[in-house]
Design a protein around this ligand. Structure first.
Ligand SMILES: [Zn+2]
Length: 301
């Protein structure tokens, strides 16, 4: 830890020049949670956002700039999710080691199969998923891939703690494999359930569970609904027998409330990330709670 070096008096044993504590700047809480799981005491994790903030729209405020300047590793979703704020942070004095193409620059979307591949829709229309769907955290396999990739990067950056990262990765993957097997047993009961979403936030969750999104309240990702679009969504929801409107904690509720009222279906808030709902304190909770809430939707009469 650098403060020990600063306080050390002449003649005292100086700490190793190797990084004593790798500082990880995680753009979203899910990556902060994974970084803590893999890094343990060898890392210091800073989460740039909390679970009830919209990661598409964050202000590059001075406290974030101060944190990113000290970071040894940047761990974010990528695929344009942080386009409105991360480039600004990186330009404000972030180290060369966390700039693109460096081991300290880890974008989750670069290590998984991206869904909703880039479309022809022009970004100037307000479309925020122009590089593919960046919300990759809601697929258990993706978390497993990122755990391995993060451990690999940490080992390169901080070889002194390689054994710690190897051991923690192995323990995490064992637990994650067991948990995933349990969750996958539950997803078959959700297959085909029709729902409405506000934003294309659940694409990976739906790909995994077989839940069917019959409409999105946004006209395009990042483009709020018009009255006529809402009317269309209502028709689609009625025709398909949608069971619920799924809401991420930060999403606006006005259009949802109108639709909920007209279609006679509930708005169900899912955590979306760690800390999105009370009691969702880690990645295991994230999937447990999400599935439990979806099962409640399924069982509602
Ligand atoms: Zn999005």
């Amino acid at each position: 830890m650098t403060w020990i070096a600063a306080l050390a008096a002449p003649g005292m044993v100086q700490p190793s020049p190797a990084i004593a504590e790798v500082r990880i700047f995680a753009c979203e809480p899910e990556w902060a949670a994974l970084a803590s799981d893999i890094g343990g005491d060898a890392v210091h994790v800073y989460a740039a956002t909390h679970g009830r903030q919209d990661p598409h729209y964050i202000r590059a405020r001075p406290s974030l700039i101060a944190q990113v300047r000290r970071a040894d590793v940047l761990f974010c979703s990528g695929a344009g999710l942080e386009e409105g704020w991360l480039p600004v942070l990186l330009q404000r004095g972030a180290r060369a080691t966390i700039q693109p193409h460096q081991p300290g620059h880890l974008m989750a979307s670069a290590h998984v199969r991206l869904l909703d591949p880039p479309s022809r829709v022009d970004r100037s229309l307000g479309h925020v998923h122009a590089e593919g769907n960046p919300h990759v955290q809601l697929l258990p396999a993706n978390i497993g891939f990122l755990a391995t990739e993060l451990a690999r990067r940490l080992t390169v950056i901080d070889p002194d703690n390689a054994e710690t990262y190897r051991r923690r990765l192995s323990a995490f993957q064992d637990r994650w494999k067991d948990a995933t097997a349990g969750w996958t047993g539950r997803t078959s009961q959700l297959e085909g359930m029709p729902v409405v979403a506000y934003h294309e936030a659940w694409t990976y969750l739906f790909a995994w569970t077989g839940i069917e999104q019959v409409a999105a309240i946004e006209r395009l990702p990042g483009v709020p609904p018009t009255a006529s679009h809402l009317q269309e969504v209502l028709e689609l929801a009625r025709t398909a027998g949608a069971r619920a409107i799924l809401r991420a904690p930060y999403e606006p509720s006005e259009g949802m409330e109108w639709l909920s009222d007209k279609a006679g279906i509930p708005i169900v808030e899912l955590p979306f990330t760690v800390g999105g709902l009370e009691g969702v304190d880690d990645l295991f909770d994230l999937f447990d709670v999400t599935l439990t809430l979806l099962e409640t939707v399924r069982d509602r009469h």
